[in-house]
Design a protein around this ligand. Sequence first.
Ligand code: SF4
Length: 692
Amino acid sequence: SKHRLENIDVTETTCGYCSVGCRFEVYGKDDEFLGVRPTDAEHAPANDGFSTCVKGKFGYDFVNSEDRLETPLIRENGQLREASWEEALERVVEELSAIIDEDGPDALSCFASSKCTNEEDYLMQKFARQVLGTKNIDNCARLCHSSTVAALKQTVGYGAMTNRIEDVANTDCYLITGSNTTGSHPVLATRIKQNVRDGADLIVFDPRKIDIAEHADQYTRVEPGYDVAWINGLTRYIVWNDLHDEAFIEEHTKHFDELQEKLEPFTPEEVERLCGVPPAELASAAETIAAADTCVFGWAMGMTQHSHGTQNVLALANLALVTGQLGKPNAGLSPFRGHNNVQGGGGDMGTLPNTLPGYQPVDDPDVLDAFEEVWDERPPAEVGLTVPESFTEAHEGNVRGMYVMGENPALSEPDIGHAEEALEKLDFLVVQDIFRTETAEYADVVLPAASFAEKDGTFTNTERRVQLVGKAVDTPGAARQDWRILQDLANRLGYDWSYDSPAEVMDEIADLTPIYGGISHGRLENEGGLQWPCRDADDPGTPYLYEDGFNFADDKARFVPADLGEPNELPDEEYPLTMTTGRVLYHFHTGTLSRRVEGIMSHVGESFVEIHPETAEQLEIADGDSVTVESRRGSTVVRAQVTDRPDRGVVFMPMHFAEGAVNELTQEAFDPISGIPEYKVSSVRVSRSETP
Ligand code: SF4
């Protein structure tokens, strides 16, 4: 909803940073973003009376930033120069058509964006599949929770958070692991800390003593890369001591015997040997979890970004199932998603190489029939390339063109050096973004798009809640909304797209996506956010999943035993330290947005590496020294922060910076099931640098 205050527009909308999905009002005048104010609790179930976080409050200078792209750019004689829309779009049409004529549509690859709206991402996958006819569509969720999706689909049925933020805020007990919740999901962390102050138990297992650990009843440090060991160890302890929920297992699950067999080796002693967790700490955590009426299992990239990320999440799902913590309020499995719309635009909308919208398999003939009926074109029936596979194929010359909407793979891909070579090799690269990102520097055509504040549509937050996004300010210069750009291109390529508004796009989504079947902009306006599955106009949505059975034909969850995997790279004489990566509170992802906010840069303005005091002493490094961090892939110079947040022998680097970029160091090792890269464990060496 929208109203005017003198000559200022006040628009209710959803935060464009993280997936908590806080709602607030934006004050805007023409193309200027003046500020935000939390909206009343009734319309803001995620922030429910809580104020927005520092990113939500001050992080919006980027909307007004002078660096915003205001006109299309095209490459000429090696340089990007300004161009008209007509010229830029014609160039895109010519080049994409030429590649299709020469090598077929699968020589093209499209990347959708977890920052864009559901409507835009739906259109991006439609553009790829219907207009270009390529099977290659993916997005950066590949790099964050693809392993979560893979594991939860196998065990409980939907690749999504099973519960509500409200449940996370009201549970009796937490196991949080691999999530720097305070830094990454600030308002959620505030609600968790509040609940802990009111008496809930908080258990944190993490290699790094992050802020949320300071609030925990039990913090246990683990060695990076061996999470299956301690999670299986917890589950084994619970089952072997008869603390499991037998009735739940009997009634709602399958394959418990196989699980027990696989758990056998994970004795407390073996767990200690594998990952350093003392048996007493394993026992106390297991007993607290088993005794709790309700328990929430929360995790993020620390669990998922491993070459065995899917196994980690399988282990967590098994733990939640043996304790019967699913299908009821205030309990459940809570993957904390990253981007504002990674759940919707990065998953639900079918911007994935193996699923059409609503996680419908690309090779299911009935599903393909339904899409063909509406699109007049049958989507490709084969599984396409993931983001990392597209880069590999670009290296080989098999992918010749890429269309990248609202992503920055030149900084977010593991082993940047390798990714840059792939971008250089492309015959044609289109980047559609609001800034001239690191990736745009490789582009042949750059199309200026709209920020979240300049568009109508919806985002789906981490709890599956679809919420409206409202246009609060005008796009700067000649920049255009992403859906309009895609529609224009589709029509130039011979199709007949005639959407008048994102609301009409949502109607098509609802038509083709059973879990979104009852969602429309009209209902969202009248009723507030709706949580999927929401199958028809009378369905009030689903606050928590699996109350009436799991998402399989027989309603039963499946135990899928988790195998212990080793990190791909282990420390050795040459590279003796283990490096892990993550976020800091003030920044966001590759920093494209937050690095442009002055108030944020004055807090955390440059990259750094955290080193334990004992390790620092051995290396003769003092706090504030300039140091070189090297891996087998590359090296970077950053400042040392001497702190006991990481363990001895482990160093930590944030992921938000182009200078001192951590992905110069990370490796291309992938989880075989989900394709997620192993960002969280690399071997490095650190030395004092000569360069100041
Ligand atoms: Fe925005 Fe997330 Fe902060 Fe809420 S917690 S204001 S959604 S960045």
